[in-house]
Design a protein around this ligand. Sequence first.
Ligand code: SF4
Ligand code: SF4
Length: 116
Amino acid sequence: MAASPMVNPGDQPVWVNTDNCKACDICVSVCPSGVLGMKYESTSTLGAMISIDHPEACIGCNECELTCPDFAIYVADKQEFKAAGFSFAKLTDEAKERQAAIVANNYMSLSEQGVK
Ligand code: SF4
Ligand code: SF4
């Protein structure tokens, strides 16, 4: 049986149920650490889909999960994540600068710069 998208995949700090994601950009806008971005996806409703580009930079702040209107993005429980041998990142200047660049790129992943 396939795992439910709501179940922590174990080694990931943040994950998405793409069936529920409406590509609204809200999670991308609130992430302080430049973890998320939108990618063009012709088969999705709004022509884009959320992408977790830098999971290693996730600080576990939960802002994405708390603000997603469609309950489509999940963050690992801190204690469970730690018990499994993983840890969230610290917020760095590099991560903050990447987030600013993503916002300036209209919430699109930086790999999508110049793609239209
Ligand atoms: S806030 Fe939720 S619905 Fe909107 S892009 Fe992020 S995961 Fe998708
Ligand atoms: S938990 Fe915080 S740092 Fe991690 S992806 Fe969500 S908003 Fe970004």
